[in-house]
Design a protein around this ligand. Structure first.
Ligand SMILES: Nc1ncnc2c1ncn2[C@@H]1O[C@H](COP(=O)(O)OP(=O)(O)OP(=O)(O)O)[C@@H](O)[C@H]1O
Length: 295
């Protein structure tokens, strides 16, 4: 968890250590279940009725522009902020319980690693908070932190601090990893290493949810993309479906005697809707669709 690399983490860690009986993942429950979540900050409605269910083993990208509501949604999922309305469950339990059971790892945008520790010491400390941690050496290696493990956390570059956050999230060997713009501030080589480590996690059948601004990142590394805009989920599908949608154009036509299902069979048509006398075609290749319509 993000909190675990702040000063308050000692307390949280002590609580975790006190839990001798550890419950592991009930695989039949969704890893994340958000039901009709809303959240406003004063006059700003950040999240407006989000329903989202993510199954164990899925790798999901939360894609959207600045201010879409991604961070707020992830913070709510992790129980870091409370929604104004709606329900949240992680593996069928409240977020705090899932976190207490060592099921969740988080890498969020804010927060700095604890001061006056060496990188390795910090990751060892983090590992001690979890019931069944991964190997510290492995977490350091997977994230590239082994190269600067003796360095004090006070002297890290932005990219190094980001890698340390990733190692801190991994070392608990959580079932669900929540990553908010994980590659921000990481250089090209670091990004490559990051996604390599992510692939290994996916092979381990972990559930991974990451927020990103980049369709290319979502396309390359997620098997499902949830597109957010203005506090709502506006599309949810495979990367291919979302790419078609994001890159789409619409054609409005007046076609009184045509069946919608026939139009769906046209080249490049992604969706068809009737609006009164008009039909709206959403197209991945509007030129081809137009050509067929004219024929
Ligand atoms: N603590 C806060 N106080 C006031 N407004 C906030 C707060 N947190 C978020 N917001 C507002 O809520 C909206 C959604 O913000 P959020 O950070 O969730 O979006 P985002 O998709 O993660 O954006 P980014 O990609 O820039 O991180 C924005 O308009 C933002 O300004």
């Amino acid at each position: 968890m993000q909190l675990s690399i702040h000063a308050g983490s000692y307390r949280r860690g002590a609580c975790l250590l006190a839990r001798i009986c550890v419950m592991k993942t009930p695989q039949e429950s969704p890893a994340i279940a958000l039901r009709q979540i809303t959240k406003a900050f004063g006059a700003v409605a950040a999240v407006k009725g989000v329903d989202l269910s993510i199954n164990p083993g899925e790798t999901v990208a939360l894609l959207g522009p600045n201010g879409a509501g991604k961070t707020t949604t992830l913070d709510i999922a992790l129980g870091l902020i409370h929604p104004d309305q709606g329900e949240v469950e992680l593996f069928g339990m409240p977020p705090a319980r899932a976190i207490g059971n060592g099921l969740i790892g988080g890498m969020l945008q804010t927060g700095t690693p604890l001061n006056y520790l060496r990188v390795r010491e910090l990751i060892e400390l983090m590992a001690s908070f979890y019931p069944n941690p991964a190997s510290v050496d492995e977490a350091l290696k997977r994230t590239g932190c082994d190269q600067f493990q003796r360095q004090l956390t006070t002297g890290l570059s932005g990219g190094q601090a980001q890698r340390v956050r990733f190692a801190a999230a991994l070392v608990g060997d959580p079932e669900l990893l929540v990553l908010d713009e994980p590659t921000a501030a990481i250089d090209v080589e670091g990004r490559r290493e990051f996604w390599r480590a992510m692939r290994e996690l996916v092979e381990d059948r972990k559930t991974v949810v990451f927020a990103t601004h980049y369709l290319e990142e979502a396309d390359a590394y997620a098997d499902r993309v949830v597109l957010m805009a203005n506090g709502r989920i506006v599309a949810d599908g495979t990367p291919g479906q979302i790419k078609a949608r994001v890159g789409s154009r619409t054609i409005r036509a007046t076609l009184p005697d045509v069946e919608l299902s026939d139009l769906l069979g046209f080249d490049g048509v992604v969706n068809v809707e009737r609006h009164g006398p008009s039909i709206i075609l959403t197209c991945s290749d509007s030129d081809r669709t137009l050509y067929q319509l004219l024929e």
